[in-house]
Design a protein around this ligand. Structure first.
Ligand code: SF4
Length: 349
């Protein structure tokens, strides 16, 4: 274990990726980077990270942030609940921890959006505490090192955690976590790991038995849940109708075209079908759901806007009309943008 620890860190010291959040030990920056990196590639995060910090340089700035501005800065990164949770956690830090990121693993865990992995990453990287930060990438590397024949997410979880704990207990916990993370991204990749270039190959049982491509053992993938949704483009006097996504629903708090998942109880749309000028189909995947959107576009001329709202079946927290020329200030989700582009080009023809 000691030799593995030494060789892994020697490789990391030589090869580590130069990333902006690694140039600082500021717990705030480390927290923001860890949240942005969830389900998101490093290259995508880089420009967002810089913009975010220049807008909200401290916990207190984030706690006081305007939600619309925050969501706008987040647009394109996906999983918007992360942005809302960041703000809620920052408010909590101001209320309970004097505006600082807490040092303690348990306190970190008590904050919104910080699960066991993120708490361990912050505690180890920012405060050098011996917590292994085990996500899917570390699971893969550890499962291979151990030639684990059980699923590291379930039955094999304890073996992987114990292994990680032993490794960070040997010192430089934050660097150990980041070294395995880098190794998982550059060498011990999911398919066809580059074992010949691996700095810890001599400790790897899977390599020794030639089973690295069969490990980690996975559980069978469940088929996505298919849903149908209806979306609306409503134009009246050069203005487009937007709806704020209701709390508790997907993309909560975001401005989007009005849309709703269709169920047997869905109410009927009362808009005049003679005024419909385009229809398109868009696909979206949100978490485990594959959603097919039927987007219908209506041009409703001078009809009173209040009357139009009464005819919509879509629930929304709020509605708002936006001039088409002002739309660049609103970041619509990409499938909505596509539907709008298609409808407007049809209308122009
Ligand atoms: S030898 Fe191969 S399978 Fe083992 S840790 Fe290195 S890259 Fe991964």
């Amino acid at each position: 274990m000691k030799a593995l620890h030494r060789q892994l860190l020697a490789w990391y010291d030589r090869e580590k990726r130069d990333l902006p959040w690694r140039r600082s030990r500021d717990p705030y920056q480390i927290w923001i980077s860890e949240i942005m990196l969830q389900q998101t590639r490093v290259e995508t995060v880089l420009p967002y990270f810089a913009r975010f910090l220049s807008n909200f340089p401290t916990v207190k700035d984030l706690a006081a942030a305007d939600t619309d501005k925050l969501l706008n800065l987040w647009a394109g990164l996906g999983y918007y609940s992360r942005a809302r949770n960041l703000k809620a956690a920052a408010e909590d830090m101001v209320a309970r921890f004097d505006g600082e990121v807490p040092r303690n693993h348990e306190s970190l865990r008590s904050l919104k959006g910080i699960g066991p992995y993120t708490a361990a990453a912050i505690a180890s990287i920012a405060f050098d505490q011996a917590h292994p930060a085990i996500d899917g990438n570390l699971e893969r590397v550890f499962a291979r090192l151990l030639a684990l024949r059980t699923n590291p997410k379930t039955e094999g979880r304890a073996a992987v955690t114990t292994f990680g704990q032993r490794l960070v207990d040997l010192g430089r916990a934050g660097d150990v976590n980041q070294a395995v993370m880098d190794l998982s991204a550059k060498v011990c990749v999911p398919r066809e790991p580059r074992c010949l270039a691996c700095p810890i190959q001599s400790h790897c049982l899977a390599f020794r038995e030639g089973s690295q491509n069969e490990i980690p053992v996975k559980k069978e993938k469940k088929a996505p849940i298919e849903l149908k949704a209806a979306g609306l483009i409503v134009l009246a006097e050069g203005e487009l109708l937007l709806a704020r996504r209701p709390q508790g629903e997907w993309l909560a708090g975001m401005w989007d075209l009005p849309w709703w998942v269709e169920t047997a109880e869905s109410k009927t749309l009362l808009l005049d079908s003679a005024q419909e000028f385009a229809r398109s189909e868009q696909k979206r995947t949100i978490t485990k759901h594959k959603i097919t959107f039927q987007v219908r576009a209506f041009a409703l001329g001078r009809k009173p806007k209040a009357q139009i709202l009464e005819q919509l079946p879509a629930p929304a927290a709020e509605f708002r009309w936006v001039k088409l020329s002002d739309l660049h200030g609103v970041n619509l989700p990409r499938p909505s943008e596509r539907a709008l582009e298609q409808a407007l080009s049809k209308q122009a023809n």
